[in-house]
Design a protein around this ligand. Structure first.
Ligand code: HSE
Length: 404
């Protein structure tokens, strides 16, 4: 028997207990030993819950119990999760977490402590929910130079954008539903402002480069400025708008960004809808691979946590080579990255056509009926160039980067 403690009995933590219970036979058969939750740490009581007798409120009970070999952290947020995770590792316990905020902010230090202590610190569930992504990246693709990781990494925003695009729901309605479904972060600002995607793409980039990525250096823009009118133009253009996290690693240069992106129907990410995430990974030998699945939600995320617990249970006496080192990756500023641009201008297209084409070169014009505005889709240029030339126009109402 291997004893575990679960810290945080919310959506994911209670899901972990559920997966361990429902799949006990296969988990035990594959691991070779049964994994049993001994404690659940939470501020709350859970009367009537099948695990109510395991609930404790004092972390030191876990820290001091030598029977507990695996600590699962599903609390979210950096503090106090960081203090409890660090103390667990220092007390000789393996740690599994779903907490991307913690991994992005403190992963370098926690991975280092785990190495020094011969323990494992795993976080498959921190990126892409139930999609196996981190293990393939560090295992099956270990022989690759990864040149690009791009995708939809946040279920809440993808759910919101899908509902806005397909059902005409307002941003607020769709967000409320995503919260009810347990997709959104406690503070949904993390989702809608792109911070969650930023942390996830930073973790993936650190794994791909072997170097620490400071998520605060990543250009990040959320979806709060995307409107239903943008989707009307997008439909007319045969495009869609998705929140992208993207990282390109070539010739020693690494550029990472998070922003809403207009994409064409031909793009494999075009039909990734609702809570689904999809990540495109490009290796220099394997070529392009796609990973697709539920990016958030109780059971998919808990399933990834349980897989990490099993991997830990099968490697109790050694640290598996994993993660990244202390050297920090320099990031190329977003100004050097090339995009096309979807721009909405005030006024009438025919009146401004010449002026716009003189500055942007050939563009595609699109108009909606009865609107005192129009939109264009430009060709590709660096962000730096776009910023310079677009400064000539004070009548741009909206700008969404595009990969068309
Ligand atoms: N809030 C996150 C999302 C949860 O919507 O993707 C999974 O990381």
């Amino acid at each position: 028997m291997i004893y575990a403690a679960v810290m945080g009995y919310g959506t994911i933590g209670s899901g972990v207990a559920e997966v361990l219970e429902k799949n006990r036979d296969v988990i035990t058969a594959r691991t070779g030993e049964e994994i049993q939750v001994k404690y659940i740490l939470d501020l709350r009581e859970f009367p009537g819950d099948p695990n109510e007798d395991k609930v404790i409120h004092d972390f030191s009970v876990i820290e001091q119990d030598d029977d507990v070999k695996i600590v699962v952290e599903t609390m979210g947020g950096v503090r106090p999760a960081y203090d409890f995770v660090k103390a667990s590792l220092l007390a000789g316990k393996h740690v599994v977490t779903s907490n991307k905020a913690l991994v992005a902010a403190c992963g370098t230090e926690l991975l280092q402590i785990a190495r020094e202590k011969g323990l494992n610190f795993f976080f498959e569930a921190s990126v892409g929910g139930g999609i196996p992504l981190i293990r393939p990246l560090t295992g099956a693709l270990a022989g690759e130079r990864i040149v690009e990781i791009s995708g939809i990494l946040n279920g809440t925003t993808n759910y919101i954008l899908t509902k806005m695009a397909k059902e005409g729901q307002t941003f607020e309605e769709a967000l409320r539903k995503a919260q009810e479904l347990g997709y959104a972060e406690r503070n949904p600002e993390s989702d809608v402002e792109g911070y969650d995607t930023c942390r996830k793409i930073s973790i993936l980039t650190a794994l791909a480069t072997g170097r620490e990525v400071n998520y605060e250096d990543v250009y990040t823009e959320g979806i709060t400025a995307v409107t239903d009118t943008d989707f009307k133009y997008a439909a007319k253009l045969g495009t869609s708008v998705k929140l992208f996290g993207s990282s390109r690693m070539e010739d020693g240069k690494v550029s990472v960004f998070v922003c809403p992106m207009m994409i064409a129907q031909e793009n494999p990410l075009f039909s990734v809808n609702d809570v689904f995430n999809a990540v495109m990974v490009k290796g220099n030998m394997a070529g392009t691979l796609m990973f697709y699945g539920s990016g958030a939600g109780k059971r998919p995320t808990a399933s990834a946590v349980v897989a990490d617990m099993m991997e830990t249970a099968m490697n109790m006496n050694r640290n598996l080579p994993f993660g990244w080192g202390a050297e920090r990756q320099t990031l190329t500023p977003v100004e050097k990255t090339e995009f096309s641009y979807f721009l909405r201008f005030e006024g009438k297209a025919q009146e401004k056509k010449a002026e716009i084409e003189a500055v942007f070169g050939p563009v595609r014009f699109v108009e909606l009926p009865d609107m005192d505005e129009f939109a264009v889709l430009t060709g590709s240029m660096t962000e730096e160039h776009y910023r310079k030339i677009s400064a000539a126009f004070s009548d741009i109402r909206q700008m969404i980067r595009a990969q068309i």
